[in-house]
Design a protein around this ligand. Sequence first.
Ligand code: AKG
Length: 231
Amino acid sequence: AEGQIGNVLRPGMVLLKKYLSLADQVKIVRACRALGLGSGGFYQPGYRDGAKLHLKMMCLGINWDPETGNYGDLRPIDRAVPPGIPREFFQLVEKVIKDSHSLVQLKTKVSHVEHILPSMKPNICIVNFYSASGRLGLHQDKDESPESLHKGLPVISFSIGDAAEFLYGDQREVDKAEMVELESGDVLVFGGSSRLIFHGVTAIKQKTAPGSLLEETNLRPGRLNLTFREY
Ligand code: AKG
């Protein structure tokens, strides 16, 4: 759409600012709330390799267990089957990939944009909710299949609600990382040679969610984050 800003942060890493419309954000909040209250919905997960999970989580499509890093058909803590990924989510992801490709093409003039940023068809969506004190230590997303990682199939992340300080870099060290703010409606894509970047959330910025979103959804203070991946 017009007036949108897209930035290539690194090869294969794209930030689409204010990409999701208010209507899309409202739809996503409502869908996640409904799914989050049902079987396989939001819970407080344990720990993974030093990165404490100060957030609530649910998985759609396939379960990902932060304690073991394993994907599976059931959630070990309660044997719940993860709900399916809603149809509208797939459509948004498809559009994100298309628009990210256009941006990479425009900025780099490469002949095969897929070499820089491969396409993917998500079969997992991990939904995180960060309250005001929520955060997530620097980590790599590397529990997907060896083929998926080898091909650099991207992780696509939607941010909704309060803004976050998002850190990323080549190493786990916080002081060596770069920071971007992820605001409501922003979409971040990292694939290709950026697929295994370290990343995390250091802080949630209180009272930064758009007023219109809060009015329409009654979203509680905090940040909703959805990451799509292909196992
Ligand atoms: C993850 O789920 O692996 C994340 O790193 C989420 C990052 C975010 O909340 O923006």
